[in-house]
Each structure stands twice: as structure tokens, then as C-alpha cells.
Design a protein around this ligand. Structure first.
Ligand SMILES: [Zn+2]
Length: 196
């Protein structure tokens, strides 16, 4: 089991002792102390009892397994385009564009498959998802219960929609809308960033 810590460490920062861990990539050892040799985040492999540091830059290039937050900016063919503005707990300066398509709903959501992608996300929605492929495009998966739309706006009046049963509801114009909703719908952006 591996765990990635939130905190950024700097070059030469003491991280642990040799009694606690074996020094992994991105570290050096001196007199029984493990130090970081790069700027990045600490990755602990409990199984191997190894402590390494992953470079900050690596954290900012999308890879399968990375969790992201983004905004749906539009649709092209059978895909929704998502401007990714947060990944791995880091707010991004230059945004990556990901896509949501039928493959994003997995096998567990057979009820969504075969249906237009607009059935589960709309323009300007904020979504929380996980990267499943970076081969041609950054493909996001939103099938699991934690993933999906985390903030959405009413298509008639622009007011923020609130949860109502299994759907969304506009308190102003009493409009009902449907999405693939995350269990974290309505959480503050800071809380959501900490989940990536
Ligand atoms: Zn409304």
C-alpha cells in the first residue's frame, strides 16, 4: 500500500530515519537520516517500508489514477470537454483539457451507456473525476459514486442547483435537472481540492 502526502518538501529536507524507512527515489541518506533530493511530495510504500519523493513536475502531468476537478466547457461529437484546473491537490496554471464520454461511466452504470453524454453532464458543470487514459486524450472516469458533477447551475436562471432526491433542483424557478451526481455534490472547492 502506497500513500502520497499532501505537503511539498524541499531539497535537503530531513524526512525520516533509516530505522523507520529505506531510502527510495528522490532521496539521499546521510548518517542514518533520509533527506529529500528534489522538490516534491513524499510517497510512502508501507509494504516495502520505503520512503521516496515524487517530483513536483511529475505531479502536474496527467496520468491514469490522478484525480482531477474541472469545468465542462462544451461538447464535441460524443464527448464533453472538461477544462482541468486542479489535479493531485495542485491548482494548475495552464489547464489541461480532458474528456467525458460513454466510456467514462464504466460498466457499473449500464443505465447511462448508449445515452448521449449530455444526459449526465451539462455545460458549466463542475466535475470531479479520475484519469483513466492519457493515450490520445485525457479520458476521465466519473462512474464511481464519489465522482461526477459536484456543482451545477440552472439552465433557465443560472442559479446554483441543490440536491433533491436523486436529481437536482433550482430553488428559484423550481426547475428539475438530472446529472451523474457525485456524493460530494455541494462541497466547497477547498474540500474538493483536498480530495484530488
Ligand atoms: Zn432556475
Amino acid at each position: 500500500m502506497k500513500s502520497l502526502q499532501d505537503r511539498l518538501v524541499v531539497v535537503g529536507e530531513p524526512l525520516a530515519t533509516l530505522e523507520e524507512f529505506f531510502p527510495g527515489e528522490g532521496t539521499f541518506e546521510e548518517k542514518g537520516i533520509i533527506y529529500s533530493s528534489i522538490i516534491g511530495r513524499v510517497l510512502i510504500d508501507k509494504h516495502k517500508r520505503e520512503l521516496g519523493v515524487i517530483p513536483f513536475k511529475t505531479l502536474l502531468v496527467p496520468k491514469p489514477g490522478f484525480r482531477v476537478i474541472g469545468m465542462v466547457t462544451g461538447f464535441s461529437n460524443h464527448y464533453a470537454n472538461v477544462e482541468i484546473f486542479c489535479m493531485n491537490g495542485v491548482k494548475l496554471d495552464h489547464e489541461y483539457t480532458g474528456v467525458i464520454g460513454r466510456e467514462s461511466l464504466g460498466k457499473s452504470h449500464s443505465r447511462f451507456r448508449g445515452i448521449n453524454v449530455r444526459t449526465y453532464v451539462s455545460e458549466n458543470d463542475m466535475v470531479y473525476g479520475i484519469v483513466i487514459s492519457t493515450v490520445n486524450t485525457i479520458l476521465l472516469d466519473i462512474s464511481y459514486r464519489e465522482y461526477g458533477v459536484v456543482k451545477a447551475y440552472c439552465k433557465f436562471c443560472g442559479n446554483t442547483l441543490v440536491l433533491s432526491g436523486k436529481g437536482l433542483f433550482c430553488p428559484l424557478c423550481r426547475n428539475n435537472e438530472k446529472r451523474k451526481i457525485s456524493i460530494f455534490y455541494g462541497e466547497s472547492i477547498e474540500r474538493l481540492v483536498s480530495r484530488t
